[in-house]
Design a protein around this ligand. Structure first.
Ligand SMILES: NC(=O)c1ccc[n+]([C@@H]2O[C@H](COP(=O)([O-])OP(=O)(O)OC[C@H]3O[C@@H](n4cnc5c(N)ncnc54)[C@H](OP(=O)(O)O)[C@@H]3O)[C@@H](O)[C@H]2O)c1
Length: 362
């Protein structure tokens, strides 16, 4: 694999810092440029922001001068990751793509765009091919045979949509899904820094997260290939709750299956035996198994399990089945690290798959 030079847009933010932490020692990607707002541009990274990750920040990255997020300032990268605030990602990301700099984005702005892949490599890697339909510069779509490919945008899903979709995929494939009811217990790190005021969240929970539930309804359906309006979609009924946990979103799932007669053993086997379509790709950030099924009824727990498997696994536990006249209802808990598996790590895995498939050109 050739080495790729990468930039990080929104490098000073919570997700941007996670990108830096995960990329500092990456075997394929080398950070060559950092971007943020005009407030930070022109300063060394270590002066522009406070490093909050629980890991070493290299001198090389700390001394990089932060740039404004305009493509002309990023002429020394092969592609960029974006952890930009959604208020600016809508303008900045297409400007980079139009300039021929592909964007692997963590922002919400283009997730539901019909030509933009919304990808979990272990679920829907073939959607990456949609980048060929994109045309941000107005000069024609990506030509897979041309030496200099045009820029594209690829997104990863919302931090709840990832464990929801990962854990649902084996059930969807094996038994069919009629509807899903989910209550998410979301860590405070999901709100960025400084996030929810400590006096609101300590010893407390907040039963509403603005702008969250619509993403939980829409994004899994796009990834499973049954987008809203397709006629094959199933309803998802979410309740998003903020809880006093630092890292790791936990979801209480109730899934009505298309068929009856499904037992806990069958559900456990479907999840345990699930073979990721990229299992053989040898990507640096994949983990095996992609889904860790716990039999201890007190697991998974965010503090004990979110960091396991480099924070990239989806955990499942407390599988229970109830038989009804309409079919089997499966209840379970799923949990994943929200800022690694649910954000920066997800984008890096997407980029690894794109790199291994040759999408970044030469
Ligand atoms: N936090 C999570 O767990 C999480 C999970 C999934 C998705 N996301 C998404 O990821 C994105 C980043 O979230 P975050 O929590 O990291 O936010 P954040 O901490 O507020 O960071 C935002 C970043 O955007 C930059 N920025 C703001 N205005 C800008 C402008 N006008 N031009 C260029 N850069 C600008 C900021 O630079 P300055 O420091 O210079 O202001 C900072 O680097 C958001 O779209 C969010 O919805 C977050």
């Amino acid at each position: 694999m050739p080495a790729f030079r990468v930039g990080i847009l929104g490098a000073t933010g919570a997700v941007g810092q996670k990108f830096i932490r995960l990329l500092q020692d990456h075997p394929w990607f080398t950070i060559t440029a950092l971007g943020a707002s005009e407030r930070s541009a022109g300063q060394a990274f270590r002066e522009a922001t406070v490093w909050r990750e629980p890991s070493f920040l290299s001198d090389q990255v700390a001394s990089m001068v932060v740039r404004a997020c305009v493509p002309e300032e990023f002429d020394d990268v092969d592609f960029v990751f974006s952890g930009l605030d959604s208020g600016v990602a809508g303008e900045v990301e297409p400007a980079f793509a139009a300039a021929g700099i592909s964007v692997i984005s963590n922002a919400k702005n283009f997730r539901m765009h019909p030509d933009v892949p919304l990808v979990i490599p272990e679920v829907n890697p073939s959607h990456l091919d949609w980048v060929k339909r994109q045309n941000w510069s107005g000069e024609g779509a990506v030509d897979e045979n041309s030496a200099k490919k045009k820029g594209f945008i690829v997104t990863n899903p919302n931090c709840v949509a990832i464990p929801l979709t990962m854990s649902l995929k084996p059930l969807y494939d094996a038994f069919g899904v009629k509807q899903v009811t989910v209550t998410s217990m979301q860590a405070i790190s999901g709100a960025g820094y400084p996030g929810v005021p400590s006096m609101d969240i300590m010893g407390n929970l907040i039963p509403y997260i603005p702008d969250e539930e619509s993403k939980i309804i829409e994004e899994p359906l796009k990834m499973l290939g049954v987008p809203a309006g397709s006629g094959n979609e199933f309803p998802i009924y979410p309740t998003a709750v903020r809880v006093p946990v630092l890292e790791g979103h936990t979801l209480a799932m109730v899934v009505e299956l298309d068929r009856g007669g499904v037992t806990e053993e069958m559900v456990r086997a479907a999840m345990t035996d699930y073979v990721s379509p990229v299992a053989d790709e040898d990507l640096p950030s994949t983990v095996d198994p992609a889904i860790i099924v716990h039999t201890d009824p007190f697991s998974p727990r965010p503090r004990q399990h979110a960091d396991q498997a480099s924070g990239m696994a989806t955990h499942v536990g407390r599988i229970r089945c109830t038989e009804t006249v309409q079919g089997t209802i499966v209840s379970y808990i799923t949990m994943a690290h929200n800022t690694i598996r649910g954000a920066a790590g997800a984008a890096i895995l997407n980029a690894e798959l794109l790199a291994s498939k040759g999408y970044f050109g030469v």
